[in-house]
Design a binder for this molecule. Structure first.
Ligand SMILES: N[C@@H](CCC(=O)N[C@@H](CS)C(=O)NCC(=O)O)C(=O)O
Length: 323
């Protein structure tokens, strides 16, 4: 059974959790909630009543967003978000002081006696320190995307939503704006923000992501590989090429096909390549998550969210060169 996710579309904590589920190639039963009318089923498993809440198939309840991210990345971390350094200090700064100032800057009328300007100044001081990090490194922790980046961007987006003109015109936030835009322009963003009516037990049961399905375990998968890459993988024991010229780390998954999709993929991407082999993969033997995701045309393609273990490859055939 798939895990159950209680979520709220615009909640930045739920957004960071969904981002990690997307990264890890996971599918969940998606229960969108209304904050004003939380379902009893959710409150029974997590009486504190905040989203996100993830309920695993063994009934384990994870009801802190960062813990949901950690759990998801334990299943798979193909872009190595957790290898870029320790995210905890930045996450604490975000979830503590930054969120405090963000709420009081954005919703000042809900906090009698608070002054918007002082919270704007304090929030901006934190944003500027993050801007300096991004200007120096490319990302918050290093020159690689990390868990800190994935955990913080929904909150920076919320700040921008509260004051788009101020945020966009501030010279001291230039690099942070570009950093935020990379998330907003990422195809994952649209998937993250899919809509669903609030869940009820008798209604339609959605999955997240809504444009994905589980990969059947009994239908072979195929992957086109350059012969040199495949031979190197046999020597090293791991194959990490996503598609021609792109690594698993760059893309986030290894492209695969079902049998009827192989020829078109070959014609499109490999017809002018050197020696190409067709790997037949047993989906039941891979040791990373599989998810079939819709591409922009709406067609579903199976994706492997981790390295390909050569032991899961059942046969290797040379692809005939086109006549
Ligand atoms: N520390 C929690 C905070 C989650 C949180 O506060 N979520 C908000 C929505 S953004 C919530 O559910 N609030 C409850 C409510 O508004 O009733 C986490 O990281 O998951």
């Amino acid at each position: 059974m798939l895990p159950i996710l209680y979520s709220f579309r615009r909640c930045p904590y739920a957004m960071r959790a969904r981002w990690a589920l997307l990264e890890a190639g996971l599918l969940v039963q998606w229960r969108e909630i209304a904050l004003k009318q939380k379902p009893d089923e959710m409150l029974q498993v997590s009486p504190k009543g905040t989203v996100p809440v993830l309920v695993l198939s063994d009934a384990t309840v994870i009801d802190e967003s960062l813990a949901v991210m950690e759990w998801a990345l334990d299943q798979a971390d193909p872009r190595r978000l957790r290898e870029a350094g320790d995210a905890s200090a930045l996450v604490n700064e975000n979830d503590g002081p930054f969120k405090h100032h963000l709420d009081r800057f954005k919703y000042t009328d809900r906090y009698p006696g608070e002054h918007q300007d002082s919270h704007r100044a304090a929030g901006l001081a934190i944003l500027r320190s993050w801007n300096q990090r991004v200007a120096a490194n490319g990302w918050l922790l290093s020159d690689e995307l990390s868990l800190a980046d994935a955990a913080l961007w929904p909150f920076v987006r919320q700040w921008r939503t509260a004051d788009p003109q101020g945020f966009d015109a501030d010279d001291s936030l230039q690099e942070l704006r570009q950093w935020l835009n990379q998330f907003l322009e990422d195809p994952r963003f649209e998937r993250l923000m899919q809509r669903a009516d609030p869940w009820n037990a008798g209604g339609h049961q959605h999955q997240f992501p809504a444009d994905a399905i589980a990969v059947p375990a009994d239908q072979p998968l195929f992957h086109l590989a350059l012969l040199d890459d495949w031979q190197a993988a046999q020597a090293s024991g791991l194959y990490r090429v996503s598609t021609r010229g792109m690594t698993l780390e760059q893309v986030g998954f290894i492209h695969c096909s079902w049998r009827e999709q192989v020829d078109a993929t070959y014609q499109r991407f490999y017809a002018d390549a050197g020696e190409v082999v067709l790997l037949e993969i047993d989906p039941a033997a891979v040791d990373a998550p599989l998810r079939a995701d819709a591409i922009p045309t709406g067609d579903l393609f199976p994706h492997l969210y981790g390295t390909l273990n050569p032991a899961a490859v059942r046969s290797v055939a040379a692809m005939p060169k086109p006549a």
